[in-house]
Design a protein around this ligand. Structure first.
Ligand code: ATP
Ligand code: MG
Length: 645
């Protein structure tokens, strides 16, 4: 533990080490006061770190719940990530990539720009114009980053679909986005086996006719079929494509990308992010939270299919001229020391990962760590779910060798940027707390009525003032946008959907989501989406899917199923249903338990009460069940669940 850094109150926790603070991008706690006094001024000041073709006329227009930021400003996100670095960093590594089987590819800023321009020209030749949404369905290979930036360059918003999702999930998202072009690959390796990505695509999209072009990266050796006139190989179309492509001049409020969340109440939500505010927000938070310096090797282990991969692999770090490391593969392949091996070989200085990974490493034990010299690390981050204090301490002691600050960052797809997090050179951290809102962000914990809760009391996490990278709408569903985020209290207070509390020092402690999303090994899936897929099986009448807490994976899936008349309960069918989830959602979604039942707990209006199912699965008190259609169902389900254990 380092020395105190001048905060007035004596907060008990881990203070930033003095030498870290001295050299930190931010080391003056006064930044909080300045940003609070003049948030627009704060963002405006930081907007100058971005390159604009034309600067804004006005910082913010707030017509709750709609905001516009940097009005009248003109810029290009790809230009900011690549071209803007050429003066001083043309030959600096922008991306170091390692594959599961140990291939390493490296791109300098100049090389990355060349590839991006080539692909941008290919997209244009395929008829893609400003405003057309391109779907990307790739694993963490360099082409996923190249594809995103090529889209940004020509003003075509991208929609990246997580590679481990099924072909059906892909098809739903392509249809919702009305996307005519898809970028995918033949296959990819996972623990030495091939995932047949292109075959998943073909299965999934057989029912939709939208796609006019599918660009296929050759990444594996598996056989695939190419549809004449629609499917083309990446290497064929890139070959001979011009390396010059002028960036499209985009308005601050033009859409940069669409990102689907897992969706708890049915279809996934397409979260819309625009260009100016998002770039300023991710650029600023990357610099302040990750303390990015010229010689850092920054490794964010997220997938590009999630928002973290957008904000803190691509747009934030690259617009700061950072060197990214990305790894496409499993953490235990060939052995459980793969991460530490990567950190040692590439001299990674900043590691940003998720609690589920940290818990897994804890289980595997420190002997894997001790095989490697990971002393290059100087800062570590966590994101995705609350990190339990035990895991935090383990991370701090064993990975950070007691000397690296930890930034536990709370944010969401919808917020676009890190909202609550320590500033590593300033903030005293407490294991398990995301600490304080980022400068310029006004967060609070409110009760049902919208009053701030007392210290220590649970409530709902809310954001009280607009911020530059806030979600602009839900794609094609403005009503849902309002209903989900802006109607809990009033239309100017953002409802995050997470439970939280604050302690006596004002620190924020995130408890978890208020609604129903299952998280398995870092992957999130909405209960409703999951259930509707299970119900598509010919034997299934109804399904209620909940997470059961699991030390290692975060949650495992318990799937309660009522069968259609005539279908027989059997071990055989259980096996089939597990395989069905696996095939139609993704391997991470394989249920741990299938529980057959005659009925499910439902509200009078017929909605499944997942809160009750969840309590049963977790062997907890289901609470008030008087509003259920048939309260007796609880005892029956409890009995059946306990039988399995
Ligand atoms: P959906 O919106 O479809 O339900 P999701 O909320 O799981 O999906 P994301 O936007 O990727 O998808 O995740 C944001 C959520 O993850 C937060 O609302 C919160 O519940 C959780 N989360 C992220 N980071 C943290 C953190 N540092 N501490 C606690 N919870 C976190
Ligand atoms: Mg969410």
């Amino acid at each position: 533990m380092g020395e105190r850094t001048g905060s007035k109150k004596d907060i008990d926790g881990f203070r930033p080490p003095e030498d870290f603070s001295e050299n930190a991008v931010v080391n003056d706690p006064d930044i909080y006061r300045r940003a609070e006094e003049d948030p627009e001024g704060f963002w405006e000041e930081n907007a100058n770190n971005i390159y604009w073709y034309k600067k804004w006329d006005k910082v913010l227009e707030w017509e709750p719940p709609h905001s516009k930021w940097f009005l009248g400003g003109k810029l290009n996100a790809c230009y900011n990530c690549l071209d803007a670095n050429l003066d001083t960093r043309a030959d600096k590594a922008a991306l170091i990539w390692e594959s599961e089987d140990g291939d390493i590819r490296q791109y300098t800023y100049q090389e990355l720009l060349d590839e991006v321009c080539k692909l941008a020209n290919v997209l244009k030749d395929s008829g893609i114009r400003k405003g057309d949404i391109v779907t990307i369905y790739l694993p963490m290979i360099p082409e996923v980053i190249i594809s995103m930036l090529a889209c940004a360059r020509i003003g075509a918003p991208h929609s990246v679909v997580f590679a481990a999702f099924s072909g059906d999930s892909l098809a739903t998202r392509i249809s919702n986005a009305n996307s005519r072009l898809l970028i995918t690959c033949d296959g990819y390796a996972r623990r030495g086996k091939v995932v047949e990505q292109k075959n998943k695509v073909d299965d999934g999209i057989s029912s939709i006719e939208l796609l006019e072009r599918v660009i296929v990266v050759k990444n594996s050796d598996n056989d695939i079929s190419m549809k004449e006139g629609r499917d083309v190989w990446w290497h064929d179309v890139m070959n001979g494509s011009d390396i010059v492509c002028e960036p499209e001049i985009m308005d601050s409020e033009d859409m940069l990308f669409l990102m689907y969340t897992s969706g708890t109440t049915g279809k996934p939500k397409g979260i819309v992010h625009t260009t100016g505010g998002y770039m300023v927000a991710t650029n600023t938070t990357s610099r302040f939270v990750f303390d990015l310096k010229e010689d850092d090797i920054y490794w964010c282990t997220a997938d590009a299919g999630w928002i973290t991969g957008h904000s803190y692999i691509v747009y934030g770090p690259l617009s700061n001229g950072a060197t990214l490391l990305t790894y496409e593969g499993a953490p235990d392949y060939p052995e459980k020391d793969r991460y530490w091996d990567i950190i040692e070989r590439h001299k990674v200085t900043i590691l940003y990962t998720a609690p589920t990974a940290i818990r897994t490493f804890m289980k595997w034990g420190t002997s894997w760590l001790k095989m490697h010299d990971i002393s290059s690390l100087r800062l570590m981050g966590s994101v995705g779910e609350p990190i339990n204090p035990e895991a935090w301490k383990w991370y701090h002691e064993n990975v950070g060798m007691g000397k690296c600050p930890i930034v536990d960052t709370w944010w969401q797809t919808e917020t676009g940027m890190i909202m609550i997090s320590p500033l590593p050179g300033v903030t005293t951290t407490k294991p398990g707390s995301a600490t304080m809102p980022f400068p310029g962000i006004k967060a609070a914990v409110l009760d049902e009525k919208g009053n701030e809760t007392a210290p220590g009391e649970d409530g709902f996490l809310a954001i009280l003032e607009p911020w530059p990278s806030m979600v602009r709408t839900v794609f094609g569903n403005e009503e849902r946008f309002i209903e989900t985020y802006w109607s809990k209290w009033d239309n100017r207070t953002y409802f995050a959907g997470d439970g939280a509390k604050r302690d006596d020092d004002g620190y924020f402690w995130i408890i978890g989501r208020v609604d129903d999303v299952i998280k398995v090994a870092g992957h999130r899936i909405g209960s409703a989406e999951f259930e509707s897929i299970m119900v598509s099986h010919p034997s299934v009448a109804e399904a209620g899917v909940v997470g059961k807490e699991d030390e290692l994976r975060g949650e495992v899936i318990y799937c309660y199923v009522t069968l259609k008349t005539g279908a027989e309960e059997s071990e055989e069918l259980k096996k089939e249903l597990r395989g069905y989830a696996d095939k139609n959602i993704g391997p991470f979604a394989r249920p741990k338990q299938i529980i057959f039942s005659d009925d499910l707990p439902k509200t009078r209006s017929g909605k499944i009460m997942r809160r009750v199912l969840k309590a049963i699965a977790n062997n907890k008190d289901p609470g008030d069940v008087t509003t259920l259609q048939d309260p007796a169902v609880v005892d029956m389900l409890t009995e059946r669940t306990r039988e399995l254990e």
